[in-house]
Structure formats: C-alpha cells, structure tokens
Design a protein around this ligand. Structure first.
Ligand code: GAP
Length: 438
C-alpha cells in the first residue's frame, strides 16, 4: 500500500471547505483578509482540542481557570508594554502602495509586487493592536483595544484568584480565549490570522526557581502535542536567542511543528520574570505582593512561567499530521484523516445498509442510543463503499453498519478507519467496545 503525507497546504484548504471544517470568513462577500470560520466539523475538532487542553492543564491540584473579558482597561496595555513595543516595522512601495514588513523584504531590491527600484518609504513602526471605542463618543479618551494576548486577563486577576482560592506558590491560572492582532503579513490558511484563539497558562513561582519550572513545563507541553497524535519527527524545540526574546521574557522556548510550509511555532514557553506583575503594580498603584508564609512572611512579586499555545495553530498541525493519501491513482485510493479518536469530530457513523424501513427504523433507533454518549452521524445515501470513504475523509474512527443479519443476531459490523478491518459486535456490547478503543 502506498501512503503520502500532506505535501501542499492547498489540499488541506480544499478538504476543509469540501467537508465542512473551515470556510473563508464572509465568503459570500469575497472573504475578509485572514479571517476564517469553523464549520460543523471544524467546531467539533476545535472544541475537542480545547477540552483536552483544559483537562490536562486544570484537572490538577495547582491550576485554576478563568475567563476574562476581551476588552480590558486601556492602561493594561500601557503597563504590559504592548502600546509601546507591540510593533512591526513597515515599508510602503511609493509606486504601487504595496505594504511589507521591513524585516521580511529586501529594501535594497526592487519591489516584489511591481518591480520598481528604490521605491520604498523609510520604515515606520506599526502597532499590531486593534482599536475600538467604548461608549457613544469616538474620541481618544474612549479608545479600548481588542486584547492581543489572553495573558493580561490572568495577570490582572492574580490577586483575585490567589486570595479566593487560597493559593500558595507555586500555582497556575489557565485561560482559553480569543486574541486579535492586526498582522501585516498574515496567511498560510489558519497559521497566521488576525483573530485567533489562545490557550494560555501563567504559573506563579518563587523567584529563582524559574529554570526548574521552565524545564518541567517544557516537557509537559511537548507531551501534550504527542498525545494529540503529532509525529515525534515533526516536532522540535526552538530556544530563543537574545535577539528573538519578547520584551517581557528573560528566556523562551518554542515548540515547533514541521508544516508543509516549513517549521513553524505552535507554542511558546516563556520565563516572564515578575515583569508583568511589577508593571501592573506600578500602573495601577495596587500592591500585588505575595506574602510567603512558608518563608517568614516575606513579601515579593512572584515570577511567572507562561505556556502559550495557539488553538488554531495546533489544530492546523493536527490536521496536517492526520492527513494521508493512500493508494494514489488506484481503485483503492482514499484520503483518510487519522485523527486520534478523542479529537475526531465525529466518533461513530451509523450506516443502514439499505434504505428500507425494516433496516432504517431500527438503525435510526441505534443512532439515538449512541448519541447519548458519542457525536454521531447518520448516512443513508450512496453505496456503502462511498459512505466509508466520506467518513474516512472526515476522520470518523468507527463506522457501524446495520444490515439484514442485524435483525436476527442483534449485532452490527464495526469498521475500523485505519485498518479497514471489520468486526461483528453485539449491539449490547457496542458502547463498551467503542469506549475501549477510544
Ligand atoms: N502571551 C504570550 C504570547 O501571546 P506569542 O508567541 O505571541 O506569545 C503564542 O503567541 C501563540 O499564539 C503562538 O505560538 C501561536 O500559536 C499563537 N499565535 C500568535 N499569533 C498568531 C496569529 N496571528 N494567528 C494564529 N495564531 C497565533
């Protein structure tokens, strides 16, 4: 059997559209630059990704969750450094008005868009935060920002969580939510978008212990990506050199995945020192010190190890990794999305062999029963082979075929997506059988 992995991102873009994973945003109006909508299968996959992250990060005795608002007091972003530092250098072509990131284009070369020589403006700094206005008056006093990272919603709630949950160091606060960046060079499908979801956790620690906790979280987070099914040979760490560090970090490590477009960052693990708490303490005038009862009631600002993963970007990695083209050019050709069963959007497809009431009615009853536990699909149209192929392409791990024999033996045929092997399973045992394979 021949097997090809995903080579061209366009193949995934077209599968995503064809099968209802991801659509271009506002498509009927021609789309909106680098914004995407998750369709019926995409939203299931995304919810499953979020659920595995949430469980792995908060079903522990040292991490609590929050859900902070997207709009925050504008001083937050002054304090965090985003107003002054969250910028990219931009140049414009004076001839064709095309805009480029100065660090991504050779300013001495002709404009890549129109070919004019010496056509670039001087670089100027462009802030990536989206602005909007709060209240009815659109003046500068009412400017607020769409958050460019979820982290600040955690920092400003540090004392609230610590005191209400009676937390002692070390402990963490986790959050999943939307973030917005007016990226200048977005693209590559959902790899870099202007609206995306982050899954972030700040782990508050005693100053001086950051190396040890950075190492611990690096391993935990790497394992999460492996548990999502990503192949080890497509994963690597990338430590940041001094020139790469964000304005808040004293050390940072990316987890990268080899996408068809090359290696790209999926997750950042940052040692943020006490930068953020110190800044918020100064700008708000509120004392954010932690009182260390174990260490003689010493007062200090905790240090922070942050783990920050893009939900959309890790979902893209999962889709790229799951994609297989088997037996290309033969009668057995199939595209199969080999999602780990816990991530698969649809867990079980119920397929009545024929569309006759004596089969259809009990098969539909079986669907209703399975739906109490699993996200299922019911498909009656086309040959059984075609229906299997359709389920392979959306990554459904189990197809359950209800046939004439079922009426006598109360058993169904369960087909495994990956091996295509079929097994006869008694309906009484079906739920337990599927659960055991998940
Ligand atoms: N709080 C730290 C922080 O935001 P970051 O490295 O800027 O750090 C973390 O972002 C993660 O968020 C990235 O590793 C990536 O997965 C995701 N991300 C960042 N910008 C993105 C964009 N424009 N589109 C999609 N995902 C993005």
């Amino acid at each position: 059997m021949s097997v090809e992995n995903l080579k061209d991102m366009n193949d995934l873009v077209s599968l995503s559209k064809r099968r209802g994973f991801i659509f271009q945003s506002s498509e009927i109006y021609g789309g909106l630059g680098s914004c995407w909508d998750y369709g019926p299968l995409g939203v299931e996959l995304k919810n499953n990704m979020k659920e595995t992250w949430w469980k792995s990060m908060t079903y522990r005795d040292d991490v609590d969750g929050v859900d902070a608002s997207i709009l925050m007091h504008p001083t937050t972003w002054k304090a965090s450094g985003h107003v002054d530092n969250f910028t990219d250098p931009l140049v414009d072509c004076k001839q064709c008005k095309a805009r480029f990131r100065a660090d991504k284009v050779d300013i001495a070369a002709p404009c890549p868009s129109c070919g004019t020589k010496n056509s670039f403006t001087e670089p100027r700094l462009f802030n990536l935060m989206f602005q909007t206005f709060m209240g009815p008056v659109q003046d500068t006093a009412s400017v607020v920002y769409l958050r460019p990272e979820t982290a600040q919603g955690i920092f400003v709630n540090f004392l609230n969580v610590q005191s209400t949950m009676r937390r002692k160091l070390p402990f963490g606060i986790a959050q999943i939510g939307k973030a917005f960046r007016n990226e200048i060079t977005p693209g590559n499908f959902i790899f870099r978008t202007r609206e995306f979801e982050q899954m972030e956790m700040q782990y508050f620690i005693k100053p001086g212990t950051q190396k040890e906790f950075m190492e611990e979280w690096k391993q935990i987070r790497y394992q999460w990506h492996l548990d999502n099914g990503l192949r080890p040979e497509k994963l690597r760490f990338h430590p940041h050199g001094p020139g790469e560090l964000a304005h808040y970090a004293d050390a940072a490590m990316d987890i990268e995945y080899e996408f068809p477009i090359g290696w790209g960052e999926m997750e950042g693990i940052h040692s943020r020192t006490d930068f953020d708490l110190k800044q918020h303490q100064e700008f708000s005038g509120k004392n954010l010190n932690y009182v260390d009862q174990i260490d003689g009631n010493k007062k200090y600002l905790p240090y922070v190890i942050e783990t920050s993963v893009g939900c959309d970007r890790s979902l893209l990695a999962v889709m790229c990794d799951a994609y297989r083209l088997e037996n290309k050019g033969t009668e057995e050709e199939r595209i199969v999305m080999k999602f780990k069963p816990h991530l698969a959007p649809i867990k079980v497809a119920v397929l009545p062999l024929v569309k006759k009431p004596e089969i259809d009615e009990p098969a539909y009853k079986l669907l209703k029963d399975l739906q109490k536990n699993f996200k299922c699909e019911y498909d009656t149209s086309g040959s059984i082979g075609k229906r299997y192929r359709r389920q392979d392409e959306i990554g459904t791990p189990f197809c359950v075929t209800f046939d004439f024999d079922t009426l006598n033996d109360n058993a169904v045929t369960v087909r495994d997506r990956d091996t295509m092997k079929q097994e006869r399973v008694s309906i009484d045992q079906l739920k337990a059988y599927i659960q055991s394979k998940m």
